[in-house]
Design a protein around this ligand. Structure first.
Ligand SMILES: Nc1nc2c(ncn2[C@@H]2O[C@H](COP(=O)(O)OP(=O)(O)OP(=O)(O)O)[C@@H](O)[C@H]2O)c(=O)[nH]1
Ligand SMILES: [Mg+2]
Length: 319
């Protein structure tokens, strides 16, 4: 799903300045044929046309470039509900639609009035009235345009998720999730020795024969249900709604900054969410002496090779 290339949504002033400056240009046209009354009617009608033709297609483009909510996969609908005000978003689309219809009908109405008018001053007045009504229509939807632009900026950071077998790498910040993604999929996503390196969802792919798997590395969670930020909410949504498999990364070295107890507690919470059967455990940093699992580490964990094999097997079964 492509949320990354939605063009910016301009405000009412932008549309009005553009439309009126084009209309002014049009007003300078020479070589119009007819008597003075015909010429002034044509000139003013042309200005009204150009205003409508400048604004309406640009507003229509807004409606076309945002993914329509009707045909979005459930995951994105939920993501929108989590990160935006869904009803305000729909209201904003409705408002843009309303403005399109209104500007179209105003143009028809005023061109009709101009064509029926015989006095120069009245024609000018009608033009002015049209400008005023178009301006107020657009100004009325300014808050909606603003909200659409805010939404676009948030949507730009939505992950581009494909519909295929999906593995989600999960765990506390700094435990080595992105490092594992890079090892599993040969991606080169950024890793670093501090927490919250990953601030949006990284994706990599494993391909074997005709099987393709999407591996998503989500930002580290802090396991704080009440105060989750947008990114943490996204991470949890990926895990609960998308993942066919979850790789839970344990860092036993202490370098990540989270205790084994905290990491076990988070795993327990995942199990309680009903995800137990989907979880594979990986222990990172086992090359460090302190990172090796001790005798009392009670979880069954997998090496990198075993993980790869399990993922492919599971995806093959799912195919
Ligand atoms: N020695 C060693 N260091 C590792 C290993 N895996 C990760 N690290 C280091 O641990 C640090 C954190 O790794 P990341 O992969 O960025 O961790 P992350 O879980 O993605 O972190 P966030 O994106 O911040 O949540 C980096 O400095 C890595 O180089 C490992 O297997 N061995
Ligand atoms: Mg990371």
């Amino acid at each position: 799903m492509n949320f990354q290339n939605i063009p910016p949504v301009e405000n009412s002033k932008y549309f009005l300045d553009l439309a009126f400056s084009k209309a002014r240009e049009k007003g300078k046209s020479k070589n119009l044929k007819g008597n003075w009354l015909q010429i002034i009617r044509i000139k003013e009608s042309l200005k009204l046309d150009i205003i409508k033709d400048t604004i309406v297609p640009r507003l229509e483009k807004i409606l076309h470039t945002f993914p329509g909510t009707a045909d979005l996969p459930q995951f994105y609908i939920k993501l929108i509900r989590l990160t935006l005000d869904y009803s305000q978003l729909k209201k904003s689309f409705g408002a843009v639609n309303w403005a399109i219809k209104r500007i179209r009908s105003l143009q028809k109405e005023y061109v009709g009035n101009i064509t029926r008018t015989k006095e120069r001053d009245k024609i000018k007045d009608l033009s002015k009235q049209f400008y005023g009504r178009v301006s107020s229509t657009l100004k009325q939807i300014d808050p909606n345009l603003k909200y659409l632009e805010e939404s676009r900026k948030i949507m730009k950071n939505y992950p581009d998720i494909k519909e295929m077998f999906t593995v989600c790498i999960y765990g506390f910040p700094n435990v080595g999730k992105t490092t594992l993604l890079n090892k599993l999929t040969k991606t080169k996503a950024k890793t670093a020795e501090y927490a919250f390196t990953t601030i949006s969802i990284n994706a990599g792919y494993i391909a074997k024969d005709n099987i393709k798997v999407q591996v998503l590395d989500v930002p580290g969670t802090l396991a704080r249900k009440e105060k989750m930020n947008i990114i943490e909410l996204q991470a949890e949504l990926v895990m609960t709604d998308l993942a066919n498999l979850i790789i839970y990364v344990f860092d036993l070295s202490g370098h990540g900054g989270y205790s084994i107890r905290e990491q076990e507690q988070l795993l327990k919470e995942l199990n309680q969410l009903g995800l137990k059967d989907k979880i594979l455990i990986y222990v990172s940093k086992t090359d460090l002496p302190e990172g090796k699992p001790k005798e009392d580490f009670k979880h069954k964990y997998h090496s990198l090779e075993e993980l790869k094999e399990k993922v492919i097997k599971s995806a093959t079964r799912n195919n």
